[in-house]
Design a protein around this ligand. Structure first.
Ligand SMILES: [Zn+2]
Length: 327
């Protein structure tokens, strides 16, 4: 395995069925699903406890991301990140057939303390939204901790939440500490810290598959919420001309930086000092490295190892690609 040159890595999706999921991972994103009706998440790149991605094709087929980090970490991650024992980012597609619970994620310090996990700052890029579907992001201006605590007690959380109608293409940055929920009818791509630390504060009065309400984590949520942050709205990116189209800087934080490329001709991505993640948001895009060509389709994800350096992206007609790097 050590002498096989690294190449653009596609991983087998890790599919999660949850009460709010549906079938749109297949009907919209073309992921082959089983017979279930509640496919909620497709974990595209994961290295979290028992959920570890495996390479889907090529000479490294079947090798886990965790093994690659341990044996080929330098080539995969690059000098910029330095030695790491875990891949730093989690990439998912989400089908909110029903609204998700209202929840909040801790920052790194509170994640360690309250959930024995990393903190979780995340960003969403909306791929599909039914008319009228909502995003809840942040508390309304001026909501205090005592007001939020009272609402958690009485279940009157919804009136305190900032909301807007979801539109395809919206990018929303959800820093740790932001109370949020993804509304029914939204399909999105999510990039986040490698963490599953989620504190559920309200579940819309519904019950889980066992007929009982899913657990809430009110004390941890109260402790993790950033009361100074206020409402969150979609970013308003500016398109910058590049060779082959435009690039729009989207969410940026210490953990990840996202850009959306709208391509009608060849362009380059990737660098020798860090890995790059690519998500196909529309159309088909060829990924050309020195030796190989690979086709990134809509709804697919690739991890470009740092050892590849610059790669060329060539759209078939027009395409839209989301890039993600550690800044
Ligand atoms: Zn979340």
């Amino acid at each position: 395995m050590r002498d096989v040159p690294l190449y653009p890595l596609r991983f087998d999706p890790i599919l999660k069925q949850l009460i709010w999921g549906g079938r749109r991972l297949e009907t919209i994103l073309r992921k082959p699903l089983g017979a279930g009706t509640r496919y909620a998440e497709s974990w595209e790149i994961a290295d979290h406890r028992d959920d570890v991605s495996q390479v889907a094709e090529g000479p490294l087929k079947g090798v886990s991301l965790r093994d690659l980090i341990q044996t080929r970490g330098n080539e995969l991650l690059g000098q910029h990140l330095g030695p790491a024992s875990q891949f730093p980012l989690l990439v998912k597609y989400i089908d909110a057939h029903q609204v998700l619970s209202v929840q909040v994620h801790p920052d790194d310090a509170k994640g360690k303390l309250l959930a024995n996990d990393n903190g979780k700052t995340e960003a969403w890029v909306i791929i599909h939204a039914e008319p009228g579907s909502l995003i809840y992001a942040g508390l309304n201006p001026g909501v205090t901790r005592p007001e939020f605590a009272e609402a958690l007690k009485t279940g009157q959380v919804e009136p305190l939440l900032h909301r807007f109608e979801a539109k395809p293409g919206d990018c929303i940055m959800i820093p740790a500490g932001t109370v949020h929920a993804i509304g029914a009818g939204v399909v999105l791509a999510e990039i986040q810290q490698m963490s599953d630390a989620t504190f559920r504060v309200y579940d819309w009065g519904r019950v889980g598959t066992d007929g009982r309400p899913r657990p809430l984590h009110l004390a941890e949520a109260l402790e993790s919420t950033n009361y100074a942050a206020g409402p969150v709205d979609p970013l308003n990116p500016t398109a910058i001309p590049i060779a082959g189209g435009t690039r729009e800087p989207l969410a940026r934080c210490p953990y990840f930086a996202l850009e959306r490329l709208r391509l009608n001709g060849p362009t380059t991505v990737g660098s020798h000092d860090r890995f790059t993640i690519l998500l196909g948001l529309a159309g088909d895009t060829e990924i050309r490295t020195g030796e190989t060509a690979d086709l990134l389709g809509f709804g697919q994800t690739r991890l470009l190892p740092s050892s590849l350096g610059e790669c060329q992206l060539v759209p078939r007609g027009e395409s839209v690609v989301l890039t993600c790097v550690v800044p």
